[in-house]
Design a protein around this ligand. Structure first.
Ligand SMILES: C[S@@+](CC[C@H](N)C(=O)[O-])C[C@H]1O[C@@H](n2cnc3c(N)ncnc32)[C@H](O)[C@@H]1O
Length: 204
């Protein structure tokens, strides 16, 4: 299914708002020691996570329910029904938020490493408490500075800071200690000077 109208995406509840590259460059830097070589991005969208990971030397399998025109991405794959991929070292994605816990439960059953870009309020709610008791993240990296806004496929408008707080949630079988909390500032890892200027005042 190839969808080009943003209204069609919204109507389908696909949460097709794509990660800013600044979030992914940050992940690559802060999780450098831990990111596995072979990664599956199971809700790949237009490749916002896939492309920087490949540029950083990772081997990435990309799938999504929808075809956004990303090269080498297999569309029509509902992650919640997908067979596990033997040999992958980890799963990295920004999942549709309303399915985030189901994505996490499934991913944790089939991969030793999981990184999810999620709103920090994913930490809350009594609904998720049993999940966190069963699966404490190894590391949570809070984005101290608001990330650039996530936009729909094909957005050509101006960039602005998000009004939502995000964090990278990491589950890692190799981690001896769990629930390590830390912070990052994406400006430390940005590769675009013009973005630094644009967000000069966006401290919070
Ligand atoms: C918030 S967007 C993020 C896309 C990409 N991961 C990124 O970081 O830019 C969520 C993505 O999940 C996809 N999606 C929604 N439901 C899905 C499902 N059941 N299985 C696989 N992908 C799904 C949407 O098509 C969309 O591309």
């Amino acid at each position: 299914m190839r969808i080009q109208s943003s209204h069609a995406l919204e109507a389908r509840g696909l949460d097709a708002y794509f990660s800013p590259p600044e979030a992914v460059w940050s992940l690559i830097a802060i999780e450098k020691q831990h990111l596995p070589e072979y990664i599956w991005e199971p809700a790949a969208g237009d490749g916002a996570i896939v492309k920087p990971l490949i540029e950083a030397g990772h081997q990435v399998t990309a799938t999504d329910l929808v075809d956004y025109g990303l090269d080498n991405c297999t569309s029509g794959v509902d992650y919640l029904k997908a067979e596990p991929r033997p040999g992958i070292g980890g799963i990295v994605t920004n999942p549709p938020y309303r399915l985030a816990m189901r994505f996490a439960e499934k991913a944790l059953a089939e991969a030793p490493y999981l990184a999810l870009l999620l709103r920090t309020n994913f930490l809350e709610s009594t609904k998720r408490l049993p999940f966190f008791r069963r699966h404490p993240p190894a590391r949570i990296w809070i984005s101290s500075r608001r990330l650039p806004m996530m936009h729909r496929h094909g957005w050509q408008g101006p960039r602005a800071p998000s009004n939502t707080c995000f964090a990278w949630f990491i589950w890692d079988d190799k981690a001896e200690q769990k629930q390590h909390l830390d912070w990052f500032d994406w400006r430390d890892h940005s590769r675009t000077p013009e973005t630094l200027d644009l967000f000069a005042d966006a401290a919070d």
